[in-house]
Design a protein around this ligand. Structure first.
Ligand SMILES: CC(C)(COP(=O)(O)OP(=O)(O)OC[C@H]1O[C@@H](n2cnc3c(N)ncnc32)[C@H](O)[C@@H]1OP(=O)(O)O)[C@@H](O)C(=O)NCCC(=O)NCCS
Length: 409
């Protein structure tokens, strides 16, 4: 084994980069076109690879994402494709790639970085904290009966080609209303959302799309796949796998879920990445019939620039707080800060000396979008200091609605 070098990959090295990252995730590259798809949304300058000689033994990259935060949006470094070859694990390659990646993120002006973690043990050490949660929800559709008074409309089926035109404006209506969602470019829509190659299906059907038309035009859509099947009793026992439901109105939301739970032959309905505060359970007669199979950590956030990040979001309460940040991976954000909120807008500055509250940097990331629970972190000794100041921190950072990240990346 020679010495390891680190650099972005060239155009020619994309196939090897793709092979390495899939092998890192214990899989094979799905097809020869994959590296071209990857290049569309991940240009060479956003990649980083570890080389042993000429061989790629580690992969890393960053998407340029625009994240919805309370009151606005903020560019986010979307950390992704983190792998190290099994032959080179536990030699510090990821540590070094993360160091280089974050150095680059800061140089590029990002105040936050975010990722979805394949393993929840890995990223806390680098300062990423769990900022959004989601659920896997399953139901048997005949059990899902909507309450009286919930208005349901028919929805309209569209092709994937039509969806490419119709869905982005609907998504863009909802995007600013939900912290944790990130904007989609046209390339992102075609490569990550509506790209329907056979390897994406994993034994299910092609993508199906329905649109809800409201009084002012299309205002909601659902994307799903199906998997047919027959039970032991000979009855159809298929499954609807819901990929995404985006609704700008309550009426669109109810109509889309009514549709998805009334497809003949498919009594099983499964939604991965269901928002924790989705109103669907409140619209049905028996909410317990929506089974929460799993609650999982979704978007993790790392605050790279405390002042810029805290001034970018808005707040639902007025007040001031002083706190000290502890960051064991990047000492640049260590130190004390004061945040003063007036008229919902935060003004943040570095201050000298200690404060009554010490917060680990990953916890600041967890609280950033308004969904974290400061009291629970204090109970775990990840926020240290006076209970009264922890209560104020919780009150100032919390938002009425839970954040939710629309897509794994
Ligand atoms: C996760 C992975 C990238 C780690 O790479 P690596 O080069 O072996 O990691 P390093 O040697 O730099 O170790 C970094 C630190 O993380 C720890 N660590 C690494 N992988 C870990 C894991 N899976 N669970 C817990 N700790 C882990 C190491 O012990 C080390 O800790 P230390 O700095 O306190 O000593 C590699 O194991 C991998 O490719 N796994 C499969 C793909 C994957 O899960 N990627 C994450 C995608 S979100």
């Amino acid at each position: 084994m020679g010495s390891i070098t680190y650099r972005p990959v060239t155009d020619d090295e994309y196939p090897a980069f793709a092979r390495a990252l899939f092998e890192g995730f214990s899989d094979d590259v799905p097809d020869d076109d994959f590296s071209d798809l990857l290049k569309t949304i991940l240009p060479p300058e956003r990649t980083l690879a570890a080389f042993d000689g000429d061989t790629i033994v580690g992969t890393f990259a960053g998407y340029d994402l625009d994240l919805t935060i309370p009151g606005g949006s903020l560019p986010m470094e979307g950390t992704t494709v983190v792998t190290v070859f099994p032959t080179h694990r536990r030699m510090g390659l990821m540590n070094e790639m993360m160091r280089l990646h974050l150095e680059d993120s800061v140089a590029n002006g990002y105040a936050i970085a975010g990722l979805w973690a394949s393993d929840s043990a890995i990223y806390g050490r680098y300062g990423y904290g769990v900022a959004t949660y989601a659920e896997t929800v399953t139901m048997i559709s005949p059990n899902v009966v909507f309450r009286e008074g919930v208005v349901i409309d028919r929805v309209r089926r569209v092709s994937v080609e039509e969806a490419a035109v119709e869905l982005p404006p609907i998504f863009d209506m909802v995007l600013p209303t939900k912290p944790g969602m990130f904007a989609r470019t046209q390339d992102w829509w075609s490569v990550e959302v509506l790209h329907d190659a056979s390897w994406r299906r994993r034994d299910k059907t092609t993508l199906r799309v329905v649109v809800h038309d409201g009084a002012d035009g299309p205002d909601g859509y659902a994307i799903y796949r199906q998997k047919g099947g027959e039970g032991d009793d000979g009855h159809a026992n298929g499954t609807v796998h819901v990929v995404e439901v985006i609704a700008a109105t309550d009426r669109a939301h109810a109509s889309l879920w009514f549709y998805l739970t009334n497809i003949d032959g498919c009594p099983n309905v499964r939604r991965w990445n269901f928002p924790v505060d989705d109103p669907f359970p409140m619209k049905v007669r028996e909410p317990r019939k929506l089974t929460r199979e799993k609650r999982f950590d979704a978007l993790w956030i790392l605050v790279l620039d405390v002042v810029a990040a805290l001034e970018a979001r808005t707040y639902e309460r007025e007040g001031a707080i002083r706190f000290t940040i502890v960051n064991s991976f990047r000492s640049e954000t260590d130190g004390s800060y004061e945040l003063v909120i007036e008229g919902g807008v935060g003004s943040c500055r570095r201050i000298d000396g200690d404060t009554a509250l010490e917060i680990d940097i990953d916890v600041l990331g967890a609280l950033y979008l308004g969904g974290g629970d400061a009291h629970a972190y204090a109970a775990a000794d990840r926020i240290r200091g006076e209970a009264e100041v922890t209560r104020r921190l919780d009150e100032l950072f919390r938002t009425a609605r839970a954040p939710w990240c629309n897509q794994f990346f």
